[in-house]
Design a protein around this ligand. Structure first.
Ligand code: BG6
Length: 510
């Protein structure tokens, strides 16, 4: 790892510098990086936004965010003062050449003071409507010209569908080369998500069984106990498929299904992931109703608290038909996975927060135990838990102590918290550090984003052509519409109950 002196000087420009993402995620992450000496000695943060604000007022506001959200703890005044002297505010219109001229002058002045050229990172923390605008102004002002040092970071949503994603990618490509573009999917910054690669490819014993001969089916669950919170306005125009499946769930699927990489090179890993997306069998239009489920939450109870229906949330129309739950059955048509269903589900206002990948193994080829021994028998299963607890659980059969042969499922558990003294960094800390170090491994390439949209287009088309007339169709605090179970039951499969790394396994979901 490079020391602060070895890292190249860096000017970190945040468009939307007075906004929520900067306050909640970016500044706490940059502060954390400063505390672990992972930012360069020459470092400057320029927050660009439209509102009138002094440097001091902005710093004060950001300090509040850092105190609340930074993993390194409440920023003490001394540390904060040391860090915040790097922050300055630039008020400007995102659609005015003058802003970019001023920015360019400021960058040059800073570089002159440092006596060295700097990496310039332009972070789009703005509403998506500006994603296609700011890059053009940057390019026009010559701010993207240094192919080695200028970088642009863009958050999801990358487009609204395949066509808009292509358009956005080509706008970005007109000013920046692909190597300069960092598209964030914050799930890839999560420690356990990265651990999927370590688990699969740093151990010899799992890979031989990681295929259709031994795996019966795979489930990917991203359950949220929260509703849409204060984001009703954005969410209602997106829905679960666009908001979660297109990016986070498909990224998880890629990591589980990809072939081993030859090296840890960014493009090598991204090539392997995009191969998976290309191998996923497109859902035919007339298959969409059999292979997918959509839902919207109504009123309900979560952990003893009453939750309102989606249609009653702020910013959501009372007759909204936007899905807050989506489930899909996909197949990866290649030698490794032919015939193995991958079930994906995500939703808001579900009973608990749980992000998990479960690999369900096939039954043994011949059951040699007497029937009485196997009454509690359950298939072997490997569960990778990403949230709220990070770890891995391997469920297998053991003999229950006693004179008779009775089989019972038991869990072997690995928990990050118990195994490592260091807590996992927040995803943004990892991702921002990678941007600063010019490592694109955990970021999405244009072709990946487009392949993911291409895959979902039949579902989006059919869903929009046949609006649901049964919404809301699940009560808040339940596991989604009944049809979600049907998606698996037809094949004799079931959704696994979320694991508890600290305690005994919960009951199966029904
Ligand atoms: C975001 C979605 O990308 O991910 C949100 O827009 C969702 O709707 C969030 O709540 C979930 O992220 P995490 O890290 O809390 O699982």
């Amino acid at each position: 790892m490079k020391t602060t002196d070895q890292l190249e000087p860096n000017i970190f420009v945040i468009f939307g510098g007075a906004g929520d993402l900067t306050w909640r995620k970016l500044m706490p992450a940059l502060f954390d990086l400063s505390q672990s000496h992972s930012i360069p000695a020459h470092f400057s943060i320029i927050a660009v936004d439209r509102v009138e604000l002094s440097d001091e007022a902005l710093r004060k506001r950001l300090h509040e965010g850092v105190k609340r959200f930074a993993r390194s703890g409440k920023a003490a005044v001394k540390e904060w003062n040391e860090f915040s002297r790097h922050i300055r505010y630039l008020q400007g219109d995102f659609k005015g050449n003058a802003t970019y001229q001023e920015l360019s002058d400021l960058c040059e002045k800073t570089e002159k003071e440092w006596g060295s050229k700097a990496q310039r990172i332009f972070y789009m923390a703005t509403p998506p409507s500006l994603f296609g605008v700011i890059p053009c102004f940057l390019a026009h002002a010559g701010l993207s010209a240094d192919r080695e040092r200028a970088r642009i970071v863009i958050e999801k949503p990358i487009g609204y569908d395949l066509e808009s994603a292509r358009k956005l990618n080509s706008t970005l490509a007109s000013g920046f080369e692909e190597s300069q573009i960092f598209r964030i999917d914050h799930y890839l910054g999560k420690e356990t998500v990265q651990n999927i690669l370590a688990f699969r490819f740093a151990n010899p014993m799992f890979e031989p069984i990681w295929n259709r001969r031994y795996v019966d089916y795979v489930t990917v669950t991203v359950a949220e106990a929260v509703g849409v919170e204060h984001r009703g306005g954005y969410y209602d125009g997106a829905g679960a498929l666009r908001d979660m499946v297109q990016n986070h769930l498909l990224q998880l699927l890629c990591l589980v299904a990809m072939e081993p990489m030859v090296s840890f090179d960014a493009d090598e890993i991204r090539n392997k992931k995009v191969d998976v997306l290309h191998a996923v069998r497109p859902i035919a239009h007339d298959e969409v109703h059999h292979s997918t489920v959509r839902g919207q939450y109504g009123t309900g109870w979560i952990g003893g608290t009453k939750v309102c229906a989606y249609r009653e949330e702020a910013g959501v129309p009372p007759d909204s038909r936007t899905e807050t739950f989506a489930a899909l059955r996909l197949f990866v048509d290649n030698w490794r996975w032919q015939g193995v269903p991958f079930y994906l589900r995500t939703g808001k206002c579900l009973p608990c927060q749980a992000t998990e990948v479960a690999i369900q193994f096939r039954a043994v080829p011949h059951q040699s135990f007497p029937i009485e021994a196997t009454l509690d028998w359950q298939p072997s299963r490997l569960i990778i838990s990403i949230q709220p607890e990070e770890g891995i659980v391997l469920r297998f059969q053991a003999k229950h102590p006693g004179p008779k042969m009775v089989l019972q499922p038991v869990d072997m558990k690995f928990s990050y918290r118990d195994s490592f003294a260091t807590p996992s960094p927040e995803a943004y800390v990892t991702l921002l550090s990678d941007v600063i170090n010019n490592d694109a491994t955990l970021f999405m390439r244009a072709d990946q984003v487009e392949a993911a949209w291409r895959l979902l287009m039949p579902v989006l088309d059919v869903w929009s052509a046949s609006p649901p007339n049964d919404f809301p169709n699940y009560a808040g605090g339940t596991w989604g519409p009944d049809a979600t179970q049907g998606l698996l039951v037809q094949q004799g499969h079931s959704w696994p109950a979320p694991v508890e790394l600290a305690g005994p396994p919960k009951e199966e979901c029904s």
